[in-house]
Design a protein around this ligand. Structure first.
Ligand SMILES: Nc1ncnc2c1ncn2[C@@H]1O[C@H](COP(=O)(O)OP(=O)(O)OP(=O)(O)O)[C@@H](O)[C@H]1O
Ligand SMILES: [Mg+2]
Length: 333
């Protein structure tokens, strides 16, 4: 049997730079309560809305070890449950009767647990990313785990074999509804047995707090980044993008340059165009693609002059930065 370590079991502590605003505390607290009441949780939302970060945070709140499965990795039954693995050979030489030594050799494939079995057996928290991509056989297995707290194990003899699921086992699913692919009875049956928490873009103060925490810029500079991204998000046909990732990218690069955030700075404007992929925006003006012009207007509105660099402290709790990490805000303040 393979060692549990081989299956990437993690013990989670709250991640450095994870931000807990009232919005995050509200969602995470509800999720923890639903799990404690015995229900699987499902964070459903578009790309970049913080589903994975939330799942990891809730897992840390539960305080148990964690295993992650990616439904989009082509996982089927044997990939999540396990099966015969490797090869074990045993040779027996029986010298009981000296004159006629008896030799016997057997070759067998011992059973090896995979991630779902390990989590069910030991009561770990399972994060199942990309539920909508999961293969039907994976959904079928999960249905029995969620509904009856029994994991059906494949048995070559044809008999049903079930592993009782550990009482501490819990599962957090994530999915992106934009990636839904038609009707899927086992997936829909599974979703019916969990609590789905719909997540959208973070609220304004959470986006600013995340940008500040991940970039080290001041609160005021982070506000300018978020203002630019949020206004740009309302243009074009795909209103979900750019996401918080663009705020973080802008913030980190601006901090690495020197923290200058001003519309008059051509390098900053260029950074915004590239980080926000502005020339791909499908906004037209007189038949011309007008993403870059619209972005320049937005930048001029959001940061007309260099933002001062006050001594800034993060307004919201985040875990202390790892030792040796450079805190830009602290250095400049
Ligand atoms: N509360 C938070 N504190 C700090 N950073 C966060 C927080 N929430 C989200 N982030 C950051 O925002 C970015 C997007 O979050 P995440 O990867 O969780 O989104 P997602 O919804 O899982 O996206 P996708 O659908 O593309 O997988 C990541 O860089 C993540 O670290
Ligand atoms: Mg994710």
């Amino acid at each position: 049997m393979n060692a549990i370590d081989d299956l990437a079991v993690a013990t989670l502590e709250q991640k450095p730079h994870f931000v807990e605003t009232p919005y995050i505390q509200g969602v995470a607290g509800r999720a923890r309560d639903y799990i404690r009441a015995g229900y699987p949780i499902h964070f459903s939302g578009p790309a970049g809305t913080g589903k994975t970060a939330l799942a990891m945070h809730v897992a840390a709140l539960l305080g148990r070890q964690l295993i992650v499965i990616h439904g989009d990795g082509g996982f089927g039954g044997a990939d999540t449950i396990g099966g015969p693995m490797g090869c074990r050979s045993i040779k027996v030489i029986d010298k009981h009767i000296d004159a006629v030594p008896k030799r016997e050799a057997t070759v067998s494939k011992p059973w090896g647990d995979k991630r779902l079995t390990t989590a069910c057996k030991h009561g770990f928290t399972l994060i199942y990313e990309g539920l909508t991509h999961a293969r039907p056989e994976a959904n079928k297995v999960l249905l029995s785990v969620v509904e009856r707290r029994l994991l059906a194990l494949p048995d070559p003899s044809g008999e049903d074999a079930y592993l009782p699921v550990h009482p501490n086992f819990s599962v957090i699913f994530t999915s992106n509804p934009e990636e839904y692919t038609g009707a899927h009875p086992t997936r829909d049956a599974l979703i019916d047995r969990m609590v789905t928490i719909k997540v959208g873009h973070h609220d304004y103060e959470t986006e600013v707090a995340i940008t500040q925490s991940k970039s080290g810029l001041s609160w005021q500079q982070s506000t300018a980044m978020v203002d630019i991204v949020r206004e740009f998000r309302t243009l074009g046909v795909n209103t979900g993008r750019p996401t918080i990732r663009a705020c973080i990218t802008l913030g980190r690069i601006a901090a690495q340059r020197d923290g200058g955030v001003a519309a008059y700075d051509p390098e900053f404007r260029q950074l915004c165009r590239e980080a926000l992929n502005a020339d791909c925006l499908k906004v037209t003006h007189d038949g011309q693609i007008a993403g870059i012009e619209r972005l320049d207007e937005i930048i001029a509105r959001c940061c007309p002059a260099p933002t001062p660099v006050p001594s800034s402290k993060a307004r919201y709790a985040c875990a202390p930065a790892p030792q040796g990490a450079v805190n830009f805000a602290g250095l400049r303040g």
